[in-house]
Design a protein around this ligand. Sequence first.
Ligand SMILES: Nc1ncnc2c1ncn2[C@@H]1O[C@H](COP(=O)(O)OP(=O)(O)OP(=O)(O)O)[C@@H](O)[C@H]1O
Length: 610
Amino acid sequence: MARQRLNSGNASEKELPKAKLNRESLQKVAKLLSYISPYKGKFIGGLIFLILSSLTGLAFPGFFGALIDAAQGRQRYSFIPANLTTIGEIALAVLFVQGFVSYFRITWFVQVAEKSLADLRRDTYFRLITLPMNFFANRRVGELNSRISADLSQIQDTLTTTIAEAIRQMIILVGGIILLMVVSIKLTLALLLVLPFLIATAIIFGKFIRKLSRQAQDKLADSNTVVEETLQGIANVKAFVNEAFEAARYDRNLRDVVSLAIKGAKYRGMFGAFIVFCLFGTIFCEIWYGSYLVSIHDHGFTFGKLTTFIVYAAFISAAMGSLPDLYANIQKAVGSSERVLEILGEEGEDVSINEKENEIRQVLHGNLNFEHVVFSYPSRPEITVLKDVSFAASAGQKVAIVGPSGSGKSTMASLILQFYKPQSGRILFDGKPTDSYALTDIRNQVAIVPQDVLLFGGSIAENIAYGKRNASREEIIEAAKRANAHQFISNFPEGYDTMVGERGVKLSGGQRQRVAIARALLKNPAILILDEATSSLDSESERLVQEALEELMKDRTSIIIAHRLSTIREADQIIVLDKGVITESGSHEELIGNQNGLYRHLSQLQFDIG
Ligand SMILES: Nc1ncnc2c1ncn2[C@@H]1O[C@H](COP(=O)(O)OP(=O)(O)OP(=O)(O)O)[C@@H](O)[C@H]1O
């Protein structure tokens, strides 16, 4: 029966939604069986052993009965002599076979499940990371992550244990009932009349109690939220002298927790009493009636038979009790499979899992054109972010994009990187539209140094090599030198092997940026997108980063999303973007001369040119 979490102290467990089991859902899920097929030999072997071990398990109540009858000088089965030693030896041999078979069925099932699940996890992960950006825009990454891992674990559990357990319990149930009938039809009928009713009541009761305890857990989680919120905003609580208010809020929540838990406890008590009275009562009645049959020598009914009967009855009660839970688990696994299949069925971007196939086939020289580009994010189609944007950057030029926050600068970067496609208009590389290139050709030759540099939790060397996976140590050091990063890296005791910590937390902002610049230098892109950091660095760090950027921008087309206008005076072209429209473009001198222009206005705000 279900393992129950019955008090408020247990962590609240989010139940995975169940799916209806019907032909359609099963057909869909059957697609996942292809993940088992490479290991089908072991899977079928496991199934055969599972059936064998369940059947041998059913022999034991027979041995118990035979032993007890043999002790009283009776022979229970014609094929087993009434000799305690012989019965013991046979039982030992069967036990040995059962142990042997169980070992293999468990290890084989686990092997099949682990290997096929790893394949499924790999495919799901690969599909996930090649899905277009729009997929992620509509979903919360944390939620996606936990959902997928919960779904895959559910499928794994089902493959490793639930299916085997369901088959085993079905064999025990059907086999047990047949064997019970052989022992005594009368007792079996009496049992089958009462048992399903009792078990159904126990299950429904159990579910009700679980619901109550889940409510108590949720309430407790609510009260924990109060603690979390107040501690995080403790300054606010104090400043508004709201300590008493918060304490009352917490107290109210706690009272609810206690009253729910107490209500749950009452039902638990009743449940316990019910189990003791009805289930044990039934067993007692069966034994009582069985003993009566033995006492009147009804059709040769012996104590041995009675023992066999009782143990089979216990077997089938356990089997009946476990089936609903197993069924619910299978329903959950079908639901999980459907959700995983949904992801597998999404159209991914054209990126190969084979690194060789992602190598550059068409070289870019760095000429970039936007022609009447109109774009709105698929998640927000009603807002047009870029409206008829056109500009041209020749190979090697520096083009700066400036404009107020939200004007669409980063969106232009996303479009260059092909994260999204414009609704109308075209983007051209070296005069050819994006469709004539492989997606990987473009992304392999465009690099971005983002505002917030995110490093992966490996070493500094690994993080730099992210720009070119096969880079040698010399190349990495050379790139770091050019990015003004060698100095600080060498000062760490472990140098290039220093671990940067999760998301690069162990490095300062300026250091992280220089690692990102080294990474981009290694990639050696034809087009560089520089999303200038908004947070300012101290002047020394700023100088080092600026120098590194100058080095990085040499000999390639650079698109600079600029927040500080001081850094782009030398740009070949400055594009001023306002609400998705290019309002001005030209050199710094040209734009500053435009008395009513936005650029002049922004410049005035930043440096007092009076
Ligand atoms: N993934 C997205 N889905 C929907 N809308 C988005 C998305 N990203 C940005 N936007 C919207 O597009 C508009 C342009 O955003 P964008 O980030 O390009 O501006 P920006 O000029 O780079 O701003 P900032 O200088 O603040 O970085 C904004 O109105 C923003 O709310």
